[in-house]
Design a protein around this ligand. Structure first.
Ligand SMILES: [Zn+2]
Length: 287
């Protein structure tokens, strides 16, 4: 079976233990399927890039001895490509300009389609994609069946912001396609994004992907580890210990402390996703 997977962090802060769990799971799952593993830096939201975090990501990949099968790509170098896709969608009448301000939208999280038929010019406006009133479902390898009706749950959503920033959802879908991705392994915090990405993939005619959403590591406040919640940056001097903890967090068989490359090799040989808790959160707390 063909398998191409990826690790796709956003450089909005240094990588933390939750990121390591995702890196390990995506890597072991790809290698256990004799697949390829790619790294992509999701940095389209340029104002949110945290100084030094791209460098920290690259140093982590080295320190944990992950081997990417291709050059690492940076989405901020590919903005023209995403614009070209928006133009393609425009030609097919699948996107439109929206002049609604945050104030006009208020606290309503479901976009009512106010600008759908106004035919506004694209300059200086947000660009939204049309969604349809239908249930989109997928079968997650860990989380089971997950569904959403985008029209009822969300409404037409933004692909490009008024300030020109390309939305994460679009960049993910386009790059997963261009990089030949077959499998997505990532944190369960992204479960609710998946139907939007499936919708975009379907209107662009891209092949379907298989998804696995991992349970999240939580801190002692009951929050997921994240840059916003001040998760500790991965300490590259403790790579073997942290790797052993990440493999444990995924409930995989124990690996011996060794060089990271050897530990990963052992983890790949023992890899079994049935051991991973089929939940959205891991038990226990992490820093
Ligand atoms: Zn609008």
């Amino acid at each position: 079976m063909a398998y191409v997977g990826r690790f796709a962090p956003s450089p909005t802060g240094p990588l933390h233990f939750g990121s390591l769990i995702t890196a390990v799971a995506s890597y072991c799952d790809a290698r256990a399927h004799n697949g390829k593993w790619l790294v992509r830096i999701e940095d389209t939201d340029i104002p949110r890039i945290y100084p030094g975090s791209e460098d920290h990501i690259l140093r982590c990949i080295d320190a944990f001895q992950f081997e990417a099968d291709d050059a690492i790509i940076f989405q901020k170098d590919r903005l023209d490509l995403y614009d070209a896709i928006i133009n393609q969608l425009h030609k097919n009448h699948l996107v439109y300009a929206c002049q609604c301000t945050r104030k006009m939208l208020g606290s309503n999280h479901i976009y009512a389609g106010t600008c759908r038929d106004l035919n506004l010019p694209f300059e200086q406006q947000a660009i939204r994609v049309r969604v349809s009133d239908q249930e989109i479902c997928f079968s997650d390898r860990l989380q089971g069946t997950h569904c959403s009706n985008l029209q009822q749950d969300l409404g037409d959503f933004v692909l490009k912001r008024r300030d020109g920033i390309i939305n994460y959802q679009l960049a993910v879908v386009v790059d997963d396609y261009l990089q030949g991705m077959t499998h997505v392994v990532r944190g369960a915090d992204l479960l609710d994004n998946t139907e939007r990405q499936i919708w975009l993939g379907s209107i662009l005619g891209y092949p379907k992907l298989k998804y696995m959403h991992l349970p999240l590591a939580m801190n002692d406040q009951g929050q997921k580890l994240s840059k916003q919640n001040m998760a500790q940056a991965l300490d590259l001097n403790r790579a073997p210990e942290l790797l052993q903890q990440a493999i444990r967090a995924l409930h995989q068989p124990e690996v011996d402390l060794d060089t990271p490359a050897h530990m990963l090799k052992q983890a790949i040989a023992q890899w079994d996703i049935q051991h991973i808790p089929h939940t959205k959160e891991l038990e226990g707390t992490y820093l």
